[in-house]
Design a protein around this ligand. Structure first.
Ligand code: PLP
Length: 286
């Protein structure tokens, strides 16, 4: 790994990725199992040694991993019972990506902290932020007087102005309601058609996030040998066909702009189908 070891004293639990890791389990049962891994890990170290649980509502760059419906309610129960803070990483899910201001709202989560960036300024200028719940902010101000944290360019006025204007425009154009009520349902419906392609094992969408699982044979959820090779080739076909789609191992992921039009969704799906044809012609079982 580049950059040496990661920050010490952080423990990880396995992800709620049913398609790859769920085996014969029912997705809901699997979701509960992966949530309870949090409980086991907390108990192993002791409640007093775990400050917070950090996770994305939907894991984005990890492969658009949509947890089973049982996962989040169980995680919230565990965090509340053990008094463990929950920090939602909303860098991808926030600002309309899931048809709500935050992915946490989609799942009815109550985070103590939210980290945000990307959609905060729609990337026009670089800016990130952390929000605290009222209760946690009050505690912090009582004990420390302020939140000690900063970089040289933290809160740079130009970036803040760009972010505020960006949020203004999202509100003015009603973009988030439009994603929730119109664009995301249409996107889901059109993307689902890709599941008919012989190389596609599953299509998942939530809001304007999508994942397409590439597999050599559908029902078994078996993977290609040399994981990542077919995904990378497929990505190259996408680029050649004029479609920006990323590969995470052998999972194609995409997150189109919130302003995508109905016609552009059709174009995206057409180009994706063509790219799947191109990769299937190379690697399909003949
Ligand atoms: C891009 C991304 C990050 C990285 O954010 P930085 O501001 O570069 O640290 C963190 N979390 C998620 C979910 C991301 O997509």
């Amino acid at each position: 790994m580049q950059g040496g070891p990661l920050i010490p004293d952080i423990v990880h639990i396995d992800q709620p990725y049913w398609y790859d890791e769920g085996g014969d389990m029912d997705p809901d049962e699997f979701g509960l199992m992966r949530a309870r891994a949090l409980e086991e890990e907390i108990d192993k170290h002791g409640e007093g040694r775990i400050a917070a649980f950090i996770a994305e509502p939907i894991q984005g760059a990890g492969g658009v991993i949509v947890p089973p419906d049982t996962y989040w309610p169980e995680v919230m129960r565990i965090c509340k019972e053990r008094d463990i803070l929950f920090c939602a990483d909303e860098v991808i899910c926030g600002f309309g990506r899931m048809g709500e201001w935050f992915g946490s709202m989609h799942y009815d989560l109550q985070p103590d902290m939210i980290s945000m960036a990307k959609g905060l300024s729609s990337a026009y200028l670089p800016i990130g932020a952390v929000a605290f719940s009222e209760a946690r902010a009050q505690e912090m101000f009582k004990t420390a007087g302020e939140f000690f944290h900063g970089y040289t360019y933290s809160g740079h006025p130009a970036c803040c102005a760009a972010a505020l204007k960006n949020i203004d425009i999202i509100e003015r154009e009603g973009l988030i309601d439009r994603v929730r009520d119109h664009t995301a349902p249409l996107f889901a419906e059109k993307m689902k058609k890709l599941a008919d392609h012989p190389i596609v094992g599953e299509v998942r969408t939530r809001g304007l996030l999508a994942a397409i699982e590439l597999v050599p044979e559908k029902p078994s959820r078996k993977r290609f040998e040399n994981i990542g090779t077919v995904g990378t080739l497929c990505r190259d076909h996408c680029f050649a066909n004029g479609l920006v789609m990323r590969a995470v191992r052998d999972t194609m992921v995409c997150s189109p702009p919130l302003v995508i039009t109905d016609e552009e969704i059709d174009e995206l799906v057409e180009k994706a189908w063509k790219s799947l044809d191109d990769i299937w012609a190379k690697v399909g079982n003949k």
